[in-house]
Design a protein around this ligand. Structure first.
Ligand code: PLP
Length: 240
Protein backbone atom coordinates (compact mmCIF):
# COMPACT_ATOMS: atom_id res chain seq x y z
CA UNK A 1 0.00 0.00 0.00
CA UNK A 2 2.66 2.44 1.13
CA UNK A 3 4.98 1.14 -1.58
CA UNK A 4 2.37 1.70 -4.27
CA UNK A 5 1.74 5.21 -2.98
CA UNK A 6 5.47 5.93 -2.89
CA UNK A 7 5.66 4.89 -6.55
CA UNK A 8 2.77 7.21 -7.45
CA UNK A 9 4.32 10.14 -5.65
CA UNK A 10 7.74 9.43 -7.16
CA UNK A 11 6.18 9.44 -10.64
CA UNK A 12 4.36 12.72 -9.97
CA UNK A 13 7.55 14.25 -8.65
CA UNK A 14 9.63 13.07 -11.61
CA UNK A 15 7.07 14.44 -14.07
CA UNK A 16 6.87 17.76 -12.23
CA UNK A 17 10.66 18.05 -12.02
CA UNK A 18 10.91 17.44 -15.73
CA UNK A 19 8.38 20.20 -16.42
CA UNK A 20 10.30 22.54 -14.13
CA UNK A 21 13.60 21.77 -15.84
CA UNK A 22 12.08 22.28 -19.30
CA UNK A 23 10.53 25.59 -18.27
CA UNK A 24 13.82 26.72 -16.71
CA UNK A 25 15.70 25.84 -19.86
CA UNK A 26 13.18 27.71 -22.03
CA UNK A 27 13.45 30.76 -19.76
CA UNK A 28 17.24 30.64 -19.45
CA UNK A 29 16.98 30.09 -15.72
CA UNK A 30 18.68 27.67 -13.36
CA UNK A 31 16.69 24.98 -11.54
CA UNK A 32 18.34 26.12 -8.31
CA UNK A 33 16.41 29.41 -8.52
CA UNK A 34 13.16 27.53 -7.97
CA UNK A 35 11.70 26.10 -4.77
CA UNK A 36 9.05 23.43 -5.25
CA UNK A 37 6.39 23.50 -2.54
CA UNK A 38 4.30 20.33 -2.36
CA UNK A 39 0.75 21.39 -1.54
CA UNK A 40 -0.42 18.48 0.61
CA UNK A 41 -3.86 19.79 1.61
CA UNK A 42 -6.50 17.03 1.92
CA UNK A 43 -3.72 14.38 1.79
CA UNK A 44 -2.50 12.56 4.91
CA UNK A 45 0.69 13.05 6.90
CA UNK A 46 1.88 9.71 5.53
CA UNK A 47 2.09 11.34 2.08
CA UNK A 48 4.12 14.22 3.52
CA UNK A 49 6.50 11.66 5.01
CA UNK A 50 6.84 9.81 1.69
CA UNK A 51 7.46 13.07 -0.18
CA UNK A 52 10.11 14.04 2.35
CA UNK A 53 11.74 10.66 1.73
CA UNK A 54 11.73 11.49 -1.99
CA UNK A 55 13.62 14.71 -1.35
CA UNK A 56 10.81 17.25 -1.01
CA UNK A 57 11.84 19.94 1.47
CA UNK A 58 8.88 22.35 1.40
CA UNK A 59 5.19 21.69 2.02
CA UNK A 60 2.15 23.97 1.71
CA UNK A 61 -1.20 23.83 3.49
CA UNK A 62 -4.22 26.13 3.34
CA UNK A 63 -6.30 25.23 6.42
CA UNK A 64 -4.95 25.65 9.92
CA UNK A 65 -6.68 22.75 11.62
CA UNK A 66 -5.45 20.24 9.06
CA UNK A 67 -2.00 21.80 8.79
CA UNK A 68 -1.39 21.97 12.54
CA UNK A 69 -2.08 18.26 12.99
CA UNK A 70 0.04 17.30 9.99
CA UNK A 71 2.95 19.52 11.00
CA UNK A 72 2.88 17.94 14.47
CA UNK A 73 2.88 14.43 12.98
CA UNK A 74 5.75 15.36 10.68
CA UNK A 75 7.91 17.18 13.22
CA UNK A 76 11.50 16.09 12.96
CA UNK A 77 11.52 15.74 9.17
CA UNK A 78 13.20 19.12 8.82
CA UNK A 79 10.52 20.42 6.46
CA UNK A 80 9.77 24.07 5.74
CA UNK A 81 6.03 24.72 6.18
CA UNK A 82 4.22 27.27 4.03
CA UNK A 83 0.76 28.54 4.96
CA UNK A 84 -0.91 29.43 1.67
CA UNK A 85 -4.60 29.84 2.55
CA UNK A 86 -6.73 32.74 3.67
CA UNK A 87 -5.84 33.39 7.27
CA UNK A 88 -8.27 34.56 9.93
CA UNK A 89 -6.74 36.44 12.84
CA UNK A 90 -8.12 33.92 15.36
CA UNK A 91 -6.00 31.21 13.70
CA UNK A 92 -2.78 33.19 13.76
CA UNK A 93 -1.51 31.86 17.10
CA UNK A 94 -1.80 28.31 15.87
CA UNK A 95 -0.27 29.01 12.45
CA UNK A 96 2.72 30.84 13.91
CA UNK A 97 3.64 27.72 15.87
CA UNK A 98 4.47 25.67 12.75
CA UNK A 99 4.53 27.88 9.65
CA UNK A 100 7.86 29.23 8.45
CA UNK A 101 6.30 31.37 5.73
CA UNK A 102 2.80 32.81 5.37
CA UNK A 103 1.99 33.47 1.70
CA UNK A 104 -1.37 35.12 2.23
CA UNK A 105 -0.72 38.35 4.09
CA UNK A 106 -3.40 40.69 2.79
CA UNK A 107 -4.27 43.28 5.44
CA UNK A 108 -2.67 45.39 8.20
CA UNK A 109 -4.69 43.71 10.96
CA UNK A 110 -3.19 40.38 9.96
CA UNK A 111 0.31 41.88 10.07
CA UNK A 112 -0.33 43.09 13.63
CA UNK A 113 -1.67 39.71 14.73
CA UNK A 114 1.18 37.77 13.10
CA UNK A 115 3.77 40.03 14.69
CA UNK A 116 2.22 39.84 18.13
CA UNK A 117 2.00 36.04 18.09
CA UNK A 118 5.44 35.60 16.52
CA UNK A 119 6.95 37.66 19.32
CA UNK A 120 5.11 35.58 21.94
CA UNK A 121 6.26 32.35 20.29
CA UNK A 122 9.81 33.61 19.89
CA UNK A 123 9.73 32.79 16.18
CA UNK A 124 10.47 34.73 13.02
CA UNK A 125 7.83 34.34 10.31
CA UNK A 126 8.50 35.02 6.65
CA UNK A 127 5.68 36.97 5.03
CA UNK A 128 4.55 37.21 1.42
CA UNK A 129 1.99 39.78 0.36
CA UNK A 130 -0.79 38.14 -1.58
CA UNK A 131 -1.46 40.27 -4.65
CA UNK A 132 -4.70 40.23 -6.61
CA UNK A 133 -4.07 39.87 -10.33
CA UNK A 134 -7.68 40.45 -11.32
CA UNK A 135 -7.86 43.02 -14.11
CA UNK A 136 -11.10 44.43 -12.75
CA UNK A 137 -10.32 44.58 -9.03
CA UNK A 138 -12.83 45.85 -6.49
CA UNK A 139 -12.15 49.58 -6.26
CA UNK A 140 -12.41 49.44 -2.49
CA UNK A 141 -8.77 48.34 -2.36
CA UNK A 142 -10.11 45.34 -0.52
CA UNK A 143 -9.75 41.63 -1.03
CA UNK A 144 -10.49 40.44 -4.56
CA UNK A 145 -12.22 37.33 -5.87
CA UNK A 146 -9.22 35.03 -5.61
CA UNK A 147 -7.79 36.83 -2.59
CA UNK A 148 -5.05 39.35 -2.24
CA UNK A 149 -4.64 43.10 -2.27
CA UNK A 150 -4.64 45.27 -5.35
CA UNK A 151 -1.09 46.22 -6.46
CA UNK A 152 -1.60 49.84 -5.36
CA UNK A 153 -2.04 48.68 -1.75
CA UNK A 154 1.15 46.61 -1.73
CA UNK A 155 3.74 49.30 -0.76
CA UNK A 156 1.99 50.26 2.51
CA UNK A 157 1.53 46.64 3.49
CA UNK A 158 5.18 45.96 2.68
CA UNK A 159 6.26 48.80 4.94
CA UNK A 160 4.05 47.53 7.75
CA UNK A 161 5.54 44.03 7.52
CA UNK A 162 9.10 45.34 7.28
CA UNK A 163 8.57 47.38 10.46
CA UNK A 164 6.84 44.64 12.45
CA UNK A 165 8.75 42.73 15.11
CA UNK A 166 9.56 39.08 14.31
CA UNK A 167 8.20 39.29 10.75
CA UNK A 168 10.41 39.26 7.69
CA UNK A 169 9.11 40.54 4.37
CA UNK A 170 10.12 37.89 1.84
CA UNK A 171 8.16 38.92 -1.27
CA UNK A 172 4.83 38.41 -3.02
CA UNK A 173 2.41 35.64 -3.88
CA UNK A 174 -0.48 35.35 -6.32
CA UNK A 175 -2.95 32.95 -7.86
CA UNK A 176 -3.57 33.41 -11.59
CA UNK A 177 -6.99 34.99 -12.19
CA UNK A 178 -9.76 32.85 -13.65
CA UNK A 179 -10.59 33.27 -17.31
CA UNK A 180 -7.36 34.95 -18.33
CA UNK A 181 -4.02 33.78 -19.73
CA UNK A 182 -1.69 33.22 -16.76
CA UNK A 183 1.43 34.57 -18.52
CA UNK A 184 0.44 38.27 -18.67
CA UNK A 185 -0.97 38.06 -15.14
CA UNK A 186 2.31 36.64 -13.82
CA UNK A 187 4.16 39.38 -15.71
CA UNK A 188 2.11 41.96 -13.75
CA UNK A 189 3.06 40.14 -10.53
CA UNK A 190 6.73 40.32 -11.51
CA UNK A 191 6.42 44.09 -11.92
CA UNK A 192 4.85 44.41 -8.48
CA UNK A 193 7.60 42.18 -7.07
CA UNK A 194 10.30 44.40 -8.58
CA UNK A 195 8.71 47.51 -7.07
CA UNK A 196 8.67 45.84 -3.63
CA UNK A 197 12.26 44.73 -4.00
CA UNK A 198 13.43 48.25 -4.84
CA UNK A 199 12.29 49.33 -1.37
CA UNK A 200 13.08 46.04 0.38
CA UNK A 201 16.05 44.32 -1.28
CA UNK A 202 15.67 41.12 0.76
CA UNK A 203 12.12 40.53 -0.46
CA UNK A 204 13.08 38.37 -3.42
CA UNK A 205 10.40 35.65 -3.37
CA UNK A 206 7.76 35.37 -6.09
CA UNK A 207 5.31 32.61 -5.18
CA UNK A 208 3.35 31.84 -8.34
CA UNK A 209 2.49 28.83 -10.39
CA UNK A 210 0.39 25.78 -9.57
CA UNK A 211 -0.06 22.45 -11.36
CA UNK A 212 -1.73 24.04 -14.38
CA UNK A 213 0.48 27.07 -14.91
CA UNK A 214 3.90 26.46 -13.38
CA UNK A 215 5.56 26.79 -16.79
CA UNK A 216 4.19 30.32 -17.33
CA UNK A 217 5.13 31.20 -13.75
CA UNK A 218 8.75 30.14 -14.30
CA UNK A 219 8.82 32.13 -17.55
CA UNK A 220 7.77 35.18 -15.53
CA UNK A 221 10.26 34.97 -12.69
CA UNK A 222 8.56 32.76 -10.10
CA UNK A 223 10.91 31.55 -7.37
CA UNK A 224 8.40 29.37 -5.50
CA UNK A 225 5.88 26.99 -7.09
CA UNK A 226 2.88 25.67 -5.15
CA UNK A 227 2.07 22.31 -6.68
CA UNK A 228 -0.62 19.96 -5.42
CA UNK A 229 -2.51 17.97 -8.06
CA UNK A 230 0.48 17.23 -10.30
CA UNK A 231 2.33 15.67 -7.37
CA UNK A 232 -0.36 14.05 -5.27
CA UNK A 233 -3.30 13.54 -7.62
CA UNK A 234 -6.68 15.15 -7.94
CA UNK A 235 -8.18 16.19 -4.61
CA UNK A 236 -11.62 15.06 -3.54
CA UNK A 237 -14.07 17.96 -3.46
CA UNK A 238 -13.78 19.58 -0.06
CA UNK A 239 -16.94 19.38 2.04
CA UNK A 240 -17.13 21.88 4.84
C1 PLP B 1 -4.44 24.20 -3.59
C2 PLP B 1 -3.56 25.34 -3.87
C3 PLP B 1 -2.47 25.20 -4.75
C4 PLP B 1 -2.16 23.92 -5.51
O1 PLP B 1 -3.00 23.80 -6.60
P1 PLP B 1 -2.86 22.61 -7.67
O2 PLP B 1 -3.63 23.10 -8.84
O3 PLP B 1 -3.45 21.39 -7.04
O4 PLP B 1 -1.42 22.44 -7.96
C5 PLP B 1 -1.65 26.31 -4.95
N1 PLP B 1 -1.89 27.48 -4.33
C6 PLP B 1 -2.92 27.66 -3.48
C7 PLP B 1 -3.12 28.98 -2.84
C8 PLP B 1 -3.79 26.59 -3.23
O5 PLP B 1 -4.81 26.77 -2.39
Amino acid sequence: MNDARREELAAGLAETESRIRDACRAAGRDRSEITLIAVTKTYPASDVRLLAGLGVTDVGENRDQEAAAKAAECAGLGLTWHFIGQLQTNKVRSVVAYADLVHSVDRPRLVDALSREAVKAGREIGCLIQVSLDTAPPDSGGVAERGGVVPAAVPDLATAIARADNLRLRGVMAVAPLGEEPGPAFARLARTARAVQEEHPGADVISAGMSGDLDEAIANGATHLRVGTALLGRRKPFVR
